[in-house]
Design a protein around this ligand. Structure first.
Ligand code: ARG
Length: 444
């Protein structure tokens, strides 16, 4: 049962690891400098051949490691057999995977930052646009559109932090653990770690060859990212419906129906929502794979790459796609503003009475009766005059008539983290600073 179709993808990492390993073997005098040179040169040729699609893999190649070693020995003869001195495929494969994941985390991080940039500029442009904030998908209170985008920026900031943690966990080198017990040969693990850019070496050889926590942690972080992105996709889908008409999606991110000419389907957002299930399934997959394994290496571990590669690819594509959807959509500010009016401002009337000393519970009852009366009389809160208001409570004065303005409503909620103007400005600053910090980290 060959795993080559899957792990061929690790050829570059595998060759890097081998180059570092042979360099160390030479410095430890386990091979001669000339032997190391011959092997390194052949490895570089093999890399080139794989990249040019010139290398003939065989059905009998068990995996990428065996394939490369076979070709190496074909090229340089028996001396090629020295490369595998003081190592095993068990420590080799997990070193390859860690190298692969470190790079993938950076690439995914870039896409998260790209999405954050788009959300940040949308938030900056839409500070004065209001829409209804929802609970239970029922209009609740007016909020600024900037505030809504900032909610996703908060989620993505935490996602970025989680990714940084994943990187730290992944940045540990298992090579030198050999099959499971370490080796009696005088190797220098620190030298290899330095050569490969790992910050640390693993501390227990049994753990090192069988540990896949770093993958679980990444898949967990990835599942959270996709859950966030899926919620965003869901909102895009709802907002673009005719019923909402809050946004219009660019044609590049929608498809028409084959039989209904009026339709513009939000397929890309739907696919992002749909693909989140794969990433969640991959997390469940790796946990299930590991939970019954005795120490140390077991061949079951080979399946880790199925979940890992699919997650990396899915995340990478979905983040880029949803960024494209957001960057190109048109916001229907008027429609959002109109929807934010109506009875979403009811809480502002309650707060008004509370400020006049009316206990909140009583104020809630008064405004409840007011809203019912307005509905019965087919009036919006904006159409109610002062006499109407005073029928419900004498504390209402002329300034209460301004309460029906959803802009004023949103702008007034200045509690820390609220949708008020200054609060949103502050959040924008924090989000911008968080993003540059993350981008600095990514540039490392
Ligand atoms: N292809 C294997 C994997 O991905 C490599 C390690 C195999 N080791 C072994 N002793 N059979 O896990």
């Amino acid at each position: 049962m060959s795993s080559l179709t899957l792990d061929k993808r690790l050829y570059n990492e595998d060759i890097k690891v081998s180059l570092a390993h042979i360099k160390m073997l030479a410095s430890a005098e386990l091979v001669t400098a000339a032997e190391a040179k011959t092997i390194s040169a052949a490895l570089l040729t093999i890399k080139q051949e794989i990249e040019n699609d010139d290398l003939l893999f065989l059905a009998s190649d068990e995996d990428i490691h065996m394939a490369i070693e076979r070709v190496l020995i074909d090229k340089v003869g028996d001396v090629g057999g020295k490369l595998h001195t003081a190592r095993s495929r068990n420590d080799q494969v997990v070193t390859d995977v860690r190298l692969f994941l470190k790079k993938a985390i950076m690439q995914i991080g870039q896409n998260i930052a790209g999405l954050q940039e788009t959300l940040l500029s949308l938030a900056e442009q839409n500070q004065d646009v209001v829409l209804p904030g929802y609970t239970h998908l029922q209009r609740a209170q007016p909020i600024s559109l900037a505030h809504h985008f900032l909610a996703y920026l908060s989620m993505l900031h935490r996602d970025g932090e989680r990714l940084i943690d994943c990187f730290k966990e992944t940045d540990v080198m298992p090579l030198g653990s050999a099959a499971l017990a370490g080796t009696a040969l005088p190797i220098d693990r620190d030298l290899v770690a330095k050569e490969l850019g790992f910050s640390a070496i693993s501390s227990n050889s049994l753990d090192a060859v069988s540990d896949r926590d770093f993958i679980i942690q990444f898949l967990g972080a990835a599942a959270i990212v996709m859950t966030h992105v899926s919620r965003l996709a869901e909102e895009i889908i709802i907002w673009s419906s005719t019923e909402f008409s809050f946004i219009e999606l660019d044609d590049a991110f929608t498809t028409g129906s084959s039989i209904m000419p009026q339709k513009k389907n939000p397929d890309v957002a739907e696919l992002v929502r749909g693909k989140s299930s794969r990433v969640i399934a991959n997390l469940t997959g790796i946990l299930t794979l590991l939970k019954g394994l005795p120490l140390a290496y077991n061949r079951d571990l080979q399946e880790d790459k199925v979940f890992l590669f699919d997650t990396v690819d899915t995340l990478y594509t979905c983040l880029a796609s949803i960024t494209g959807v957001l960057a190109t959509m048109k916001v229907n500010q008027n429609r959002m503003g109109e929807s934010a009016g109506g009875f979403s401002v009811a809480t502002d009337f309650t707060d008004y009475l509370v400020k006049k000393g009316v206990p909140f519970r009583s104020a809630h009852g008064i405004v409840g009766r007011l809203v019912k009366w307005a509905i019965d009389n087919r009036k919006s809160l904006a159409e109610i005059d002062l006499d109407d208001l005073r029928q419900f409570d004498e504390n209402f004065e002329a300034d209460a008539l301004a309460l029906a303005d959803p802009h004023a409503s949103a702008a007034s909620r200045e509690s820390a983290g609220g949708t008020g103007k200054k609060s949103v400005e502050k959040q924008l600053k924090t989000a911008g600073a968080n993003l540059s910090k993350f981008q600095t980290w990514l540039g490392q």
